[in-house]
Design a protein around this ligand. Structure first.
Ligand code: DC
Length: 236
């Protein structure tokens, strides 16, 4: 069967990774969480003292980029790949509110983006990939056969993120999470390098009032239609 590339972009906490994982599983594709890669670089930046509340040593981080190795390894029990930073599983550490508070700043650095985009493109070279992020349909895979752009109100997204953090046992308040969602929206969509924008040929999915199953059904049918139509075209 013809394999395609599926790019899922959108604002933070729009449920991109939840639907992307399920979609990849249904199609037998590889799922890549590009946000996890920016989060892992952010964790490294924090661990090495290059970023603190009011200071960011950009040059220091850039000088260390060649020492940052990010990889994904399948967790058989969970059924998806977890992210590793220099050989260490950091899947849990990268999801804290602290990392969320710095990740948009780290993501503005062009040298960081250049390194991660190259790696992301190599993951997708054989197609059969579902990747989610902010610039997948515009920069990483501008030729992707299917591009989706997920949106939902900031309040809905903050509530979902807040519930997730509470479930993990993190001590957070809703207002703090909402402020983080709004601040990341602003930084992600106004940065100079690869800002979050909807690709011209993307399909917008506003999931404010959709259940997870409804989103999945809608998106998997878009993907199957696209795969079938390209498959037929190739045979003729
Ligand atoms: O998808 P996420 O919320 O885990 O992403 C974390 C941050 O990483 C996000 O606020 C911006 C950045 N990011 C990016 O700049 N480009 C991507 N392709 C993915 C994420």
């Amino acid at each position: 069967m013809t394999k395609i590339t599926i790019a899922i972009d959108g604002f933070s906490s729009t449920g991109k990774s939840t639907v992307a994982k399920r979609l990849a599983k249904a199609l037998g594709y590889v799922y890549v969480d590009s946000g996890a890669m920016y989060r892992a670089v952010t964790l490294y930046t924090m661990q090495n003292g290059f970023i603190e509340s009011d200071c960011f040593d950009v040059e220091g981080l850039i000088s260390q980029l060649e020492h940052i190795e990010i990889s994904f390894k399948l967790n058989e029990d969970l059924g998806f790949a977890e992210v590793y930073l220099n050989g260490e599983n950091v899947e849990k550490e990268i999801r804290t509110l602290e990392v969320s508070q710095f990740v948009s700043q780290v993501s503005t650095i062009s040298e960081v983006r250049e390194q991660l985009v190259k790696q992301q493109q190599s993951f997708g070279k054989d197609k059969g990939v579902v990747m989610d992020g902010r610039d997948i349909g515009t920069v990483v895979f501008p030729e992707a056969e299917l591009k989706l752009f997920m949106t939902a109100s900031a309040e809905k997204r903050a509530q979902r993120r807040y519930d997730e953090l509470l479930e993990r046992g993190d001590d957070v308040c809703y207002e703090e999470v909402l402020a983080n969602v709004q601040s990341r929206d602003h930084i992600d969509s106004t940065r100079e390098d690869s800002p979050l924008t909807m690709a011209e040929d993307a399909i917008e999915v506003d999931n404010s009032n959709m259940t997870l199953d409804e989103q999945f059904e809608f998106i998997v049918s878009l993907a199957k239609d696209k795969i079938n139509s390209l498959h037929k075209k190739k045979r003729h």
